[in-house]
Design a protein around this ligand. Sequence first.
Ligand code: FES
Length: 248
Amino acid sequence: MSDYEKVASVDEIEPGKRLSVFVDDIPVLLVQKDDGCYAAVEDVCSHDGQPLTDGPIADGAITCDRHGASFDLKTGKPLCMPATEGIPIYDVKIEDGSIFLRPSSGEVSTCNHPTPANTVLAPSVPQTIPTDGEPAALEAIEVSAEDDAKSIDEKMIDALRTVIDPELMINIVDLGLVYSVNHDGKNAYIDMTLTSPACPAGPQIVQQAKMALERLRLVEEAEIKLVMTPPWSPERMTDEARDHLGIF
Ligand code: FES
């Protein structure tokens, strides 16, 4: 077991702030949450090596501002694609006004205050999908009642392709999030999933999918059913989506 290494004094970091330090020459991001508890993670995104230094922090997770992966600050586990591996975490010890870190021993943290909901320590990643507007590309994919059932399904899939996952910047069809598309009269029924149940963009994606379908002339109401079984996996992505994310 590695020894603790002094990295800072407690007055160098305040609640809600972060500090970049080194432990054994490895960059580590030390965070003091609003409840006073500390968390420390290796300051390197497991997806493609981006420093997490300036990534937004909310609900006990940090988001990589390059492609949008997020990690649980307490466990280091990945919460969102494109990361599929976690990041190392560190034990934190406070002694005589100093902060000490060491690679995690695997023991449960002694600081067990819950993280306040919606704590944001840095500006959120800009969201590229408007929440109150309508996808611009939909004008070209309206369908008429004369279309046969297959082409209507195809048109619905085209509509869903206008919905972009704001963190991965890939449409939800190519990401493999859409499991089934059906219609009955003027009602559309979609089964879809998310890359992770904890993915913060989930409500926005579902709302945008519903809006995209209801823009179609033939659809009056779209019902989006969120399913987590079978769970999404990277194998569901198209080759183009995988190339885009650098997953081979
Ligand atoms: S480098 Fe972090 S998500 Fe790609």
